[in-house]
Design a protein around this ligand. Structure first.
Ligand SMILES: Nc1ncnc2c1ncn2[C@@H]1O[C@H](COP(=O)(O)OP(=O)(O)O)[C@@H](O)[C@H]1O
Ligand SMILES: [Mg+2]
Length: 299
């Protein structure tokens, strides 16, 4: 995907766009929008998403969620739009029955996760497009985005339920990696990518940051290998093998098309793994802990 179209606007344009539309000023602007929740169309770890009228959806965050996470999603989407990426536009914030929300354009299509994974040719083609879109995100600069990948990962490592020695090692390895200045999604997995008629589009920008693409890739790889795809996917050996092959194929394609080194990704693997051992993580803890222990880490 090396020669493919990258970001359309310059860092300066993006910075201006960001300064013109910060999260704070948009809050409250949508008080006049009538809100009629039509049906639940999706749920993830942090929110439920309802269809509204007019081709819009309301992403309603769970009660008690850190408002900083919602601000980060709004900032991430605005930044992605400013960079010319195909994403759902945000129309502003909206509270509903005590929960905070953001109104987005509805993307008509299906999350990649819901598409049949046992059709190898189709799956491979989709995985290539999945990796290509991520590489396109990474070609975008992140100037003006006030969230840093190192800080997000650092906080998660602090919150992880792990042995103090492993926490220290993860922090040490994290801070040995230089801070990056590329645009990173932060939670890029097939449940956060929708296949529309206009191509694929990423949703769920609540972990978006300025960072190192290798860290973003290490997180995607980890999710392919260890995120909760249900007990059947985890228990049946052929299904586990499919997951491993999927992870390897994704990684191979991303690396071949961008030239990213294995060593750069490997430097992130421990910090990212430990950061995912937080309460409420999407990762299947017993499987990841077993893998870390096989590598000699005491969790
Ligand atoms: N803009 C959108 N258009 C259509 N469907 C959406 C949109 N945003 C989210 N969804 C649906 O809602 C689900 C959960 O949204 P997501 O933003 O990933 O929430 P969470 O942060 O809880 O993971 C998605 O997997 C998708 O099915
Ligand atoms: Mg999601």
């Amino acid at each position: 995907m090396r020669g493919a179209a990258g970001c359309q606007s310059t860092g300066h344009d993006m910075l201006q766009a960001y300064e013109d539309s910060p999260y704070r000023t948009i809050q409250g602007r949508n008080a006049m929008i009538s809100l009629k929740l039509q049906m639940l169309i999706g749920s993830g770890g942090s929110a439920d998403v309802f269809r509204l009228d007019g081709g819009r959806v309301l992403k309603l965050y769970r009660e008690g969620l850190d408002p900083g996470v919602i601000a980060r999603e709004h900032d991430g989407v605005q930044h992605a739009l400013g960079q010319g990426l195909h994403v759902a536009r945000a129309f502003g914030t909206r509270d509903h029955e005590g929960r905070s929300g953001i109104i987005f354009e509805e993307l008509v299509g299906k999350p990649l996760l819901r598409l049949p994974i046992l059709r190898p040719f189709r799956t491979r083609a989709l995985l290539r497009r999945f990796a290509d879109y991520q590489a396109r995100i990474h070609r975008c600069g992140a100037a003006g985005l006030p969230h840093a990948q190192h800080d997000i990962v650092h906080v998660r490592i602090e919150q992880a339920e792990v042995d103090p020695a492993l926490r220290s090692l993860a922090l040490e390895r994290l801070h040995a990696i230089p801070r990056g200045d590329r645009f990173c999604h932060g939670d890029y997995h097939p449940g956060n990518v929708i296949l529309t008629r206009g191509g694929i589009a990423a949703i769920d920008w609540s972990n978006a940051s300025a960072g190192d693409p290798a860290g973003d890739v290490a997180r995607s790889e980890l999710l392919f290998r260890y995120a909760g795809y249900g007990p059947t996917m985890r228990r049946l050996p052929p299904m586990r093998r499919v997951r491993e092959m999927t992870a390897d194929f994704y990684l191979g394609h991303y690396r071949a098309s961008t030239g990213l080194s294995e060593a750069a990704i490997d430097a992130w693997r421990l910090p990212i793994a430990v950061a995912s051992l937080i309460p409420g993580s999407r990762v299947h803890r017993p499987t990841l802990v077993a893998a870390l222990e096989r590598q000699g880490f005491g969790v």
